[in-house]
Design a protein around this ligand. Structure first.
Ligand code: HEC
Length: 106
């Protein structure tokens, strides 16, 4: 019984670690894929995209805003943006999308 508890505790610790590193290792490449899939209907998400919806800021513009902040972006995306549809993104997807958008700043 003692041993089982120890094993379970160790597994939980490992799972926690995996979850943490999962978010830490944001993948901008995957963010680009997600952006084309879910965001391109309204936003211009990359330079090679001809056009998006009018009055929707292109991602490159968002990334270049003086007050742009990657963590703030993640917070925006985890909350429900009033005008944007609720896309129920996972934390990993949010991290990836934020990394991708941040990578567009120049
Ligand atoms: C149905 C259209 C639509 C889709 C799909 C959409 N957006 Fe938006 N998004 C908008 C509109 C409209 C605004 C402008 C809202 C405003 O100015 O308040 C916006 C604004 C934003 C902003 C700026 C928020 C701010 O603080 O000014 C970010 C970041 C953003 N979208 C990210 C995304 C991401 C990431 C996706 C894909 C997962 C996405 N959007 C998909 C319509 C959309």
């Amino acid at each position: 019984m003692r041993k089982q508890v120890a094993t379970i505790t160790a597994l939980l610790a490992l799972a926690g670690l995996a979850a943490q590193t999962g978010t830490a290792l944001a993948d901008a490449k995957d963010g680009a894929r997600l952006a084309r899939l879910w965001c391109a209907a309204c936003h211009v998400v990359a330079d090679d995209q001809a056009s998006g919806s009018e009055a929707v800021p292109p991602f490159a513009e968002i990334a270049n805003r003086p007050n742009f902040d990657r963590d703030g972006l993640a917070a925006t995306l985890s909350g429900q943006h009033p005008i944007m549809p609720d896309m129920t993104l996972s934390r990993q997807e949010i991290a990836d999308l934020s990394a991708y958008i941040a990578s567009l700043a120049r």
